[in-house]
Design a protein around this ligand. Structure first.
Ligand code: KIV
Length: 290
C-alpha cells in the first residue's frame, strides 16, 4: 500500500495541519461550465515540489504536475525522457503540499500510447502512488478510445491538444499550431473527440486564438488555455515561467515576477558576506552559556 497519501479534510477523521481548506473535486471543476458558459475561469499552474505546491495551492483550482518538470527541474532537452517514476515522486510531493486544488499528473511519453490497457496500468499506478485526482495525456482523436477506457474505469482525464510537446520529434518545433485551415479543423476536431470520450477538461496549447475560441464553444468540458485565448474556460502556465526563473520563455508567458534576479541578488550578497567574514554574525552563532 502506498505511503504517499496525505490527510484530506474531505475524507479524514483527523484534522490535517496546516489547517486546510476543503479540496476541490473533478465534478466541481466540471460544474464551472454550465450551458457553455464559465462564469469563473479555472486557475491552474504547474507544481513539481511540496513547497511550491504549498505556496500556489490556496490561489489555484488545479495544480498540474506537468512533465515540463523534465526541462524545468532536470535540465532535460525535452519532455520525451521523463519517466513514470519521476512523475510519481513529484506527484506525491505536490499532493502532500496541497489541500485545496485538484492535482492532475501528466502521463509521460511512452506510458500510455501503446494501448488503453497500458494507459490504465500507468494511470492506476500514478493515482495509487500519489493520491492525485486524475491524469493528463497528450494527443487528439487518436487518444479518444484510451480516454474513454480510462474514464469508464473511474480515472478522470484531462486531454491536451494543439502544440503537444511530447511529439516534438514529429512536430520539429514548439511554434504555434493551426495556421492552416486543415490543421485548425483537426485541432477543434481533436478537442471534440476527447470531450465526447469523457475528458473532464482539455488543455489547448500554442494555437492561433480563433481555434481556441472555436474549440471552447464546441466542447462541453472546460478548456484550459496556454498560449491560446482568454476566452478559454481557464488558464495554465508553468509556475517557474510566470515567476521569471528563466531568461527565455514562450511569447504566451506573462512574467509576474523576476525571481531569478531576486535569487542572484541574494546569493551575491551571501558570497560577499562569506568572503568578508560578515557571515555568520552575532545572531547566527551559538555562544557558551553563563
Ligand atoms: O507539462 C506541462 O507543464 C504542461 C502544461 C504546460 C500544460 O503540459
Amino acid at each position: 500500500m502506498s505511503t504517499t497519501y496525505t490527510l484530506d479534510t474531505a475524507t479524514s477523521r483527523a484534522n490535517p495541519t496546516p489547517a486546510p481548506m476543503k479540496r476541490l473535486t473533478v465534478p466541481a471543476i466540471q460544474q464551472r461550465k454550465a450551458g457553455g458558459v464559465t462564469a469563473k475561469p479555472v486557475v491552474m499552474l504547474t507544481a513539481y515540489t511540496a513547497r511550491m505546491a504549498q505556496l500556489l495551492d490556496p490561489h489555484c483550482d488545479m495544480l498540474l504536475v506537468g512533465d515540463s518538470l523534465g526541462q524545468v527541474i532536470y535540465g532535460l532537452p525535452s519532455t520525451v525522457p521523463v519517466t513514470l517514476e519521476m512523475m510519481c515522486a513529484h506527484g506525491a510531493a505536490v499532493v502532500r503540499g496541497s489541500y485545496h486544488s485538484v492535482v492532475i499528473i501528466d502521463m509521460p511519453f511512452g506510458s500510455y500510447e501503446a494501448s488503453p490497457e497500458q494507459a490504465f496500468a500507468s494511470a492506476a499506478r500514478i493515482l495509487k502512488e500519489t493520491g492525485a485526482a486524475g491524469v493528463k495525456l497528450e494527443g487528439g482523436a487518436a487518444m479518444a478510445p484510451t480516454v474513454r477506457f480510462l474514464t469508464e474505469r473511474g480515472i478522470p482525464v484531462v486531454g491536451h491538444v494543439g502544440l503537444t510537446p511530447q511529439a516534438i520529434n514529429a512536430l520539429g518545433s514548439y511554434g504555434a499550431r493551426g495556421r492552416s485551415q486543415a490543421e485548425a479543423d483537426k485541432i477543434v476536431g481533436d478537442a471534440v473527440a476527447l470531450d465526447t470520450a469523457g475528458a473532464f477538461a482539455v488543455v489547448i496549447e500554442g494555437v492561433v486564438e480563433p481555434i481556441a475560441i472555436a474549440a471552447t464553444k464546441a466542447v462541453s468540458c472546460v478548456t484550459i488555455g496556454i498560449g491560446a485565448s482568454a476566452q478559454c474556460d481557464g488558464q495554465v502556465l508553468v509556475a517557474e515561467d510566470m515567476l521569471g526563473l528563466f531568461e527565455r520563455t514562450a511569447r504566451f508567458v506573462k512574467r509576474y515576477e523576476n525571481v531569478a534576479e531576486t535569487i542572484e541578488g541574494a546569493v551575491k550578497a551571501y558570497a560577499a558576506d562569506v568572503t568578508s567574514r560578515a557571515f555568520p554574525g552575532p545572531d547566527q552563532i551559538y555562544v557558551p552559556e553563563g
